[in-house]
Design a protein around this ligand. Structure first.
Ligand SMILES: NC(=O)c1ccc[n+]([C@@H]2O[C@H](COP(=O)([O-])OP(=O)(O)OC[C@H]3O[C@@H](n4cnc5c(N)ncnc54)[C@H](OP(=O)(O)O)[C@@H]3O)[C@@H](O)[C@H]2O)c1
Length: 334
């Protein structure tokens, strides 16, 4: 049954001064109902952090930075020697902090995040050693650097109108390279989510997942057809998953070029066309620090640099402008 307020009360409520008075009340209620910050629910010392892809790059730097503030860290990658090195770095970081460490505080477990067997074994190890998990960082990924037709063996030349036909072997090669990129950039994140979402939900007071994605997922670039499309599929996967699991805080990180050797792992063995990423790229230390802060604060999306959030918007308003910049950045002429 609809309740009708007396006209005098209706007039009073609709007056601007009364509406304004509700603003601080709503603000206070919002804060009353909002969850307390993650740092109150998960103390930084002792936070249980799993990093997939921690043998080098951003994942490795995050492992050290988490250890420096007293977290328990599990370092995962396929290269066993590298992850042992990272384990030693993390142990030293905890010691420098004056923290007494147990052997299981820093774990190094060789594994492939595209293998269901490796991930389920890893989950069992975390259950046994830590009774669960608070934070999952998915840093692992693979690059691909060539224009799509170059992957298939056809180099297009600027100004030439005719493009040679691709061969059957070339078409198959493009499909095989795309499969390798799908494994590293989509299947791995999917297996990680399916394996660890239940464990995070069941064992943490404030579960969090950080996906290190890429700006290329939301702003298209030449020579990044396979890379960008496979990264964007995992971005959508995690964004949709976050709606299915509102108890977990999902953070998607979209960095532009970062210093380091990421391009050496290119599944298409392509050449690096842009200027030296180690000169102009984002610093790993900065990216790692911002990712950790974003997880602490429960930020949904993190663009790096921050201004790229607007470049992403601009693409929908004025695509030709963004495409011109993208061609220039990747030194691409068509
Ligand atoms: N570098 C950039 O310019 C840039 C820009 C934007 C976004 N990103 C994203 O940032 C993330 C980190 O890149 P990075 O620059 O730190 O590169 P990186 O140094 O090559 O690190 C990649 C990490 O992923 C691991 N990895 C790859 N495949 C794996 C697998 N199947 N199983 C387990 N671990 C695997 C590697 O370890 P193993 O080889 O030992 O397995 C390595 O530890 C990637 O997801 C990338 O897409 C990078």
């Amino acid at each position: 049954m609809a309740v009708t307020l007396p006209p005098i009360l209706q007039k009073w409520i609709s007056s601007p001064s009364v509406s304004l008075a509700f603003v601080p009340i709503l603000f206070a209620l919002y804060h009353l109902w909002a969850k307390p910050p993650r740092s109150l629910r998960i103390p930084k010392v002792g936070e249980r952090v799993l990093i997939l892809g921690a043998s080098s790059g951003v994942g490795r730097t995050m492992a050290r930075q988490y250890a420096e503030r007293g977290a328990r860290v599990c370092i995962v990658g396929r290269r066993a020697a590298q992850i042992r090195e990272v384990q030693e770095e993390c142990r030293q970081a905890r010691t420098a902090l004056g923290l007494k460490s147990q052997p299981d505080d820093i774990l190094a477990i060789p594994g492939d995040f595209t293998s269901a067997e490796d991930m389920v074994k890893l989950r069992q190890t975390l259950e046994t050693k830590w009774n669960g998990l608070d934070t999952l960082v998915v840093a692992a990924g693979v690059s691909a650097l060539q224009p799509l037709l170059a992957v298939a063996g056809v180099e297009t030349e600027a100004g030439k109108s005719k493009i040679p036909l691709t061969t059957k072997a070339g078409v198959q090669r493009a499909a095989d390279i795309a499969s390798a990129a799908i494994q590293g950039n989509y299947t791995g994140p999917l297996i990680a989510a399916v394996t660890f979402v239940p464990q995070l939900s069941n064992t943490s007071n404030a579960p969090s997942i950080v996906l290190i994605n890429s700006l290329a997922s939301v702003i298209p670039a030449p020579t990044r057809t396979i890379y960008a499309s496979t990264k964007s599929s995992s971005l959508l996967l995690y964004q949709a998953l976050s709606i299915e699991h509102p108890n977990i805080t999902f953070t998607s990180v979209m960095p532009s070029t970062i210093e380091g050797d990421f391009r050496a792992s290119a599944v298409d063995n392509g050449p690096v066309r842009e200027s030296n990423p180690n000169k102009h790229g984002l610093k790993r230390e900065d990216v790692a620090r911002r990712c950790i802060q974003a997880a602490d604060d429960g930020e949904k999306t993190l663009f790096m640099p921050g201004s790229m959030r607007y470049a992403h918007l601009l693409y929908w308003l004025w695509p030709a402008l963004i495409e011109r910049f993208a061609r220039k950045k990747y030194n691409f002429r068509a």
